[in-house]
Design a protein around this ligand. Structure first.
Ligand code: HEC
Length: 119
């Protein structure tokens, strides 16, 4: 999708279902761009593996050493909590150790839709 496409989506708040269906493909590229420096879908790196994270409680990727803050947070990862996490992790779970923030709501949404498909 073009740059114009993304700002349009941001402007309309991603309300059109036809456009939302395009999210997984673009979400994958955005994931590679913004997350893959620390994360992979199937391997723990600097951050935990992401397979199955959507819909699961925080802190459960096997073999990853989470902060106590994330382990004890009781957060369940859904579209809303993931959006809050990506926008400002420290605000959602004080004491976490992700140290990355993503300002663009359209980028967050596309990446979250991609994670939703990685069951
Ligand atoms: C600078 C490295 C870094 C980047 C970039 C990064 N993360 Fe993370 N992420 C981490 C670390 C480290 C943790 C573990 C945090 C903790 O335990 O406090 C984490 C945790 C998470 C969790 C919680 C997982 C779970 O199993 O509970 C999610 C979801 C997540 N990151 C999503 C993302 C997404 C999506 C992106 C890209 C938009 C991203 N992260 C970018 C390092 C990073």
């Amino acid at each position: 999708m073009t740059r114009i496409g993304w700002s349009l989506l941001a402007a309309i708040g991603w309300s059109a279902p036809a456009l939302a269906q395009e999210a997984p493909g673009d979400g994958r590229a955005l994931y590679e761009q913004h997350c893959a420096g620390c994360h992979a879908i199937d391997a723990n790196r600097v951050g935990p593996a992401h397979r199955g994270v959507f819909g699961r409680k925080a802190g459960l990727a096997p073999g990853f050493r989470y902060s106590d803050a994330v382990k004890r947070s009781g957060v369940v990862w859904d579209a809303k909590s993931l959006d809050a996490w990506l926008a400002d992790p420290e605000r959602l779970i004080p004491g976490q150790k992700m140290y990355a923030e993503f300002e663009d709501p359209a980028v967050r949404r596309a990446i979250i839709e991609f994670l939703r498909t990685q069951r």
